[in-house]
Design a protein around this ligand. Structure first.
Ligand code: SF4
Length: 247
């Protein structure tokens, strides 16, 4: 099997910068359709959350068609699940509500995994969660801790909430030899489409704002929760301790 070299990836991605335009209507239409629907508020929010996340995947696929690239990421390769994942409190609440709608078996597996995880990684977590996520040095220091994401199934190495996994998990893709992720804490080859966060976030924010202004019960402290960021393991910890609404 032949893999793209780093220089080739950079040159194809440069094509995106130079001549690809994201069509915002793909994202806007999701919000418009949901606001016009007759569904209850919680369904509208959770569908909006999942659909906008999925639209980021679709947008990446459109760009991959444009650049003729295919990712070499495969199921069970989880090296990127050791990077810090930082999300807003609003996203954390939507993630937890989405998990709440999973089947009983799936929820039980996640909650048991969290029980084991917070016990096993107590020391590493106290170190990791004290790191400043805005410091550019943190990403490497966190990765070196070898601390997996709490959503990662330790047996299968698969994400336990794959359909609602956060944006950083979707936008980091490797078009080169997968071995580069195994051999380096910070491989240079993978490409990040993190600029797509804006399209997703603007629209989820717009959806919640419209519902909030309509006086609907949005289960989110809006707009405060939209601007509080922290590590995913920190939000899960607070949620498990019943402190999510107190910080
Ligand atoms: S949320 Fe899922 S995909 Fe993202 S880092 Fe955690 S286990 Fe990996």
């Amino acid at each position: 099997m032949s893999f793209l070299k780093h220089e080739e990836i950079l040159s194809r991605c440069e094509k995106i910068n130079q001549s690809y335009e994201v069509d915002p209507r793909f994202f806007d239409n999701i919000v418009d359709d949901l606001l016009d629907s007759e569904q209850d508020t919680e369904t509208v929010i959770l569908q909006g959350f999942q659909k906008l996340l999925t639209e980021v995947d679709h947008e990446i696929e459109r760009m991959e068609t444009f650049t003729s690239m295919k990712p070499n990421c495969f199921m069970g390769c989880s090296f990127c699940c050791y990077f810090p994942i930082v999300i807003t409190k609003m996203e954390a609440k939507m993630l937890f509500r989405s998990i709440d709608h999973f089947s009983e078996d799936r929820k039980k597996a996640i909650y048991e995994q969290w029980d084991a995880y917070y016990e096993k990684y107590k020391d590493k977590l106290s170190h990791a969660l004290a790191m400043d996520y805005e410091d550019p040095e943190t990403k490497l220091a966190y990765k070196k801790l070898d601390l997996p994401c709490p959503m990662l199934n330790p047996e299968t190495q698969l994400c336990m909430a794959y359909e609602v996994r956060p944006i950083p998990c979707r936008t980091y893709l490797n078009y080169s030899d997968p071995q580069v992720c195994a051999e380096n804490d910070m491989p240079k080859e993978p490409f990040s489409y993190e600029f797509l966060y804006t399209f997703y976030f603007t629209n989820i924010n717009e959806l919640i704002q419209a519902l909030y202004e309509n006086g609907e019960d949005v289960f989110i402290d809006y707009p405060m929760d939209a601007w509080k960021y922290d590590y995913l393991p920190a939000w899960i910890k607070q949620w498990r301790e019943g402190l999510l609404d107190e910080v």
